[in-house]
Design a protein around this ligand. Sequence first.
Ligand SMILES: NC(=O)C1=CN([C@@H]2O[C@H](COP(=O)(O)OP(=O)(O)OC[C@H]3O[C@@H](n4cnc5c(N)ncnc54)[C@H](O)[C@@H]3O)[C@@H](O)[C@H]2O)[C@@H](O)CC1
Ligand SMILES: Nc1ncnc2c1ncn2[C@@H]1O[C@H](COP(=O)(O)OP(=O)(O)O)[C@@H](O)[C@H]1O
Ligand SMILES: [K+]
Length: 488
Amino acid sequence: MQLLTPEQMGQADQMAAASGIDSHRLMMKAGEAVSAAVLRRFPAAVRMVVLCGPGNNGGDGYIAAKALFEAGCNVSIYHFGDLANLKGDVAQAFNACPVKPQPLAAYAPKANDVVVDALFGAGLTRSLDPAVQSLILNLRKAGSNVVAVDLPSGISGGTGAALGTAVTASHTITFMRPKPGHFLLPGREHCGTLETFDIGIPQRILTSVAGNTYLNEPSLWKAHLPATSIQSHKFKRGHLTVFSGGHGTTGAARLSATAGLKAGAGLVTLATPSNACTEATAHLTAIMLREINNVRELSHWLEDKRLSAFVLGPGFGIGEKARDYTNLLAGNPVVLDADGITSFAESPDRLFYSLSKHPTTFVLTPHEGEFARLFPDIHSDKSLGKLEKARAAASRSNAVVLYKGADTVITAPDGRAAINANAPPWLATAGSGDVLSGIIGSLLAQEMPPFEAACAGAWLHGAAGQNAGEGLSAEDLPNGLPKYSQIS
Ligand SMILES: NC(=O)C1=CN([C@@H]2O[C@H](COP(=O)(O)OP(=O)(O)OC[C@H]3O[C@@H](n4cnc5c(N)ncnc54)[C@H](O)[C@@H]3O)[C@@H](O)[C@H]2O)[C@@H](O)CC1
Ligand SMILES: Nc1ncnc2c1ncn2[C@@H]1O[C@H](COP(=O)(O)OP(=O)(O)O)[C@@H](O)[C@H]1O
Ligand SMILES: [K+]
């Protein structure tokens, strides 16, 4: 599913008008869709309260109020801003509305009210007025049900950031295409259940304005998923190498390797320093073991051209050895995670220089702390949302960047970006990231391109979390992976 920024949506709106589509008709459809959703969700509501702002979002509100009124509901409208300043479609919607609005300050929220939030949508550019913010706090205190039009007021459609206090809705009705702010945090938590309604802007216009930001769904990468064929043999399904730390620190790499095998790699080898071989052997069966202690031994191992992908970082240890291995692996499909990333904290440019000499084959999987170590200036830039930060990081590093969190974002150096939204909160458990690196490594080993492998990996990890259920530990995740043939 392609996502549109508020700016792109505005552009689509203008193009629709320029091509002769009646903009008031679009507003009518939007407002009527809101009214229908409210009636469907709250058929027994005692009082409907529509809060209308000064722009087109407010216009949708006046249309919704009219439709609710005509459906026999008890409707009140409260407005923000000077009614004398209403223009164009909003003024027309206001004039046609049989319910006369009162000023916002007169509204005292009640628990049973069903509130339609049509204060601000895509046009929000700055923090809400203090009076609006205090009303939002009162709504929250009263526990009123809120249905947001397009976006909960106070949430940025582009970044999901809350510009001051923002409305928390149980439902949000948006139009044509969701925006990144519906899925990025904290926006996602403010939206409740999201419905996307088609108000009739033609597909050709949406396609012409859309960039390359997507919700991370199987349609984005399913065609690249490894297919199992009767003629397959284990080398055809790829050989993944996971580098392990030394004695006492092999757990993370073993988790990653186990996930790699379960995610379909034909062969998985744990590359282990000599002092950890006994420990690793005691825990492994299907996963193979190879002693690798230094760059010379790694170079020798890399002469086997059937090795298809590598995971470096989980439990590996921070330092020169990680940097040397990474440099040697540049140009190969690699997931660089955890200690592999942190090893470049003092000298990120050394990593970027190494990666700049090859096509994109690396996937970097930082959580926020690791992201800040590798990209300190991008991380601290308050003008950027998570999507833009991850895009800037991918462009700088020439790697696919999977910026982890409850709203994981995956970006490629060519600008493609996907927001992952299927991860349950109980994935926040020790070792969960190690499993993710193994899944992505496995998909790389099975010849998935790096952006698609990272997107599929994040989604499969989320699905595994859902299947394993609340209370899971990271060991449960590989067994929760869905079967590829059943993904639709
Ligand atoms: N995109 C489309 O195709 C359609 C959009 N529609 C609606 O139009 C909305 C966007 O309309 P607008 O662009 O008029 O924007 P809004 O209605 O979200 O904002 C209105 C105005 O408020 C001002 N403003 C921004 N932040 C403010 C703040 N914190 N305090 C006070 N004023 C502030 C802005 O200058 C803007 O002109 C969408 O969210 C949607 O609800 C619908 O009417 C149907 C068609
Ligand atoms: N609240 C959350 N909801 C959903 N997923 C989460 C949440 N917090 C973390 N995750 C996911 O869990 C994984 C944790 O990885 P990481 O931070 O590397 O932990 P670890 O190093 O313990 O494995 C990441 O994939 C991340 O996206
Ligand atoms: K709104």
